[in-house]
Design a protein around this ligand. Structure first.
Ligand SMILES: C[S@@+](CC[C@H](N)C(=O)[O-])C[C@H]1O[C@@H](n2cnc3c(N)ncnc32)[C@H](O)[C@@H]1O
Ligand SMILES: [Zn+2]
Ligand SMILES: [Zn+2]
Length: 329
């Protein structure tokens, strides 16, 4: 599967990713101890002698990658060496899951989310081997919070990463183009999934009306739903749902996936069927506004509504009111 962001091999089948997570960010026996650099101390005060990539496995401690990024930003005049390492930005590991230790990074395993960065510095940052992509964030959450859609800016490299979603029904890998999809990092106790685990899903029909990249709808497929409709107003979210169907097809018992024309509109309105998967569960994927969804889709047994915190919900709840059970996450 080609990565829609860089054309490379970033999107791997879920089984490959899940089989790798136990060791992907581990140190080898030859790796040096964790440096534990103070992220709040001025760069100029840090003692960094002896901090290097492991000669045996080639991995770098996260602190080393952030230090190299900081030094490059100082060179570019975008940071002052009195600023701390924390001022570089937020590091996001390519495969996100609750990690009990700081990661040791191989090539292209870190995406930086930054402010105060330009295209020139970003193109130099991705020359640091562990850095896969540089995203410039703004004050808007990527996606559609109310009416308009927003994206962050991918300045260099690739923004495709995934989160591992663990549930009692099994694990899934949810890919996200992180410059276009809001950040939601799985913690050990992931309340949204715990809510789903408390529902009776097996054999029932489910609509995930605000599905984002598809996390909750796909967990319902794992939980044995007989039909799942996934819908989102934001085209990049829907494009990620289609990738996630394919990446998880074996885990989800999917036999075939059909894709239909998606159109160009980033923010949808009337429902457009853009994908259909068949197998253990029938899965339809729609791009559109949930307030219009029921002109094309029959009400389901369960309608899941997971909006952004603080976003207006009244009209959206009204839209789903013909379903037997509304679950607001
Ligand atoms: C919090 S996110 C959903 C996250 C998703 N459940 C997950 O776990 O990955 C909310 C989603 O609602 C979508 N949205 C906002 N307004 C909508 C509307 N009127 N109709 C359909 N989707 C909408 C946004 O694009 C966004 O993807
Ligand atoms: Zn890519
Ligand atoms: Zn090593």
């Amino acid at each position: 599967m080609d990565c829609p962001s860089c054309g490379g091999r970033c999107v791997r089948p879920a089984a490959h990713v899940l089989n790798s997570i136990d060791y992907v960010y581990m140190a080898c026996r030859s790796c040096k101890n964790e440096p534990h650099i103070d992220k709040n101390a001025p760069r100029r005060s840090l003692q960094t002698a002896g901090l290097e990539r492991c000669e045996h496995c080639g991995k770098a401690p996260l602190d080393l990658v952030m230090l190299e990024a900081m030094d490059l930003l100082v060179e570019e005049g975008l940071r002052d060496d009195r600023e701390p390492l924390r001022s570089v930005g937020s590091p996001m590991i390519e495969i996100g899951y609750p990690l009990p230790y700081p990661p040791r990074l191989g090539n292209s395993q870190l995406i930086l989310l930054m402010e105060r960065v330009n295209r020139n510095a970003a193109s130099r940052l991705i020359e640091i081997p562990e850095i896969k992509g540089v995203i410039r964030r703004s004050r808007h959450i990527p996606g559609v919070v109310d009416k308009n859609g927003h994206t962050w800016e991918l300045l260099a490299g690739c923004d495709m990463r995934c989160d591992i979603i663990q549930s009692i029904y099994g694990d899934l890998v949810i890919y996200k183009n992180q410059s276009k999809i809001h950040i939601e990092f799985p913690r050990e106790s992931y309340p949204k999934i715990r809510i789903l685990e408390g529902l009776r899903i097996a054999g029932r029909s489910v609509i995930d009306g605000l599905c984002g990249p598809g996390t909750l709808g796909l967990v319902c497929v794992l939980a044995g739903a007989k039909k799942v409709v996934m819908n989102d107003i934001w085209l990049p979210a829907i494009e990620n749902v289609l990738i996630n169907l394919d990446a998880n097809r074996d885990l989800l018992g999917i036999d075939s996936i059909e894709l239909f024309d998606r159109g160009e509109k980033l923010v949808g309105s009337s429902p457009r069927l853009v994908g259909r998967a068949k197998g253990a569960c029938e899965i339809d994927v729609f791009h559109g506004d949930i307030r219009e969804l029921f002109s094309a889709v029959s009400p389901s047994d369960i309608c899941i509504l997971d909006h952004f915190p603080g976003a207006p919900l009244d009209e959206i709840k009204r839209a789903g009111s013909s379903c037997d059970e509304i679950v607001v996450i």
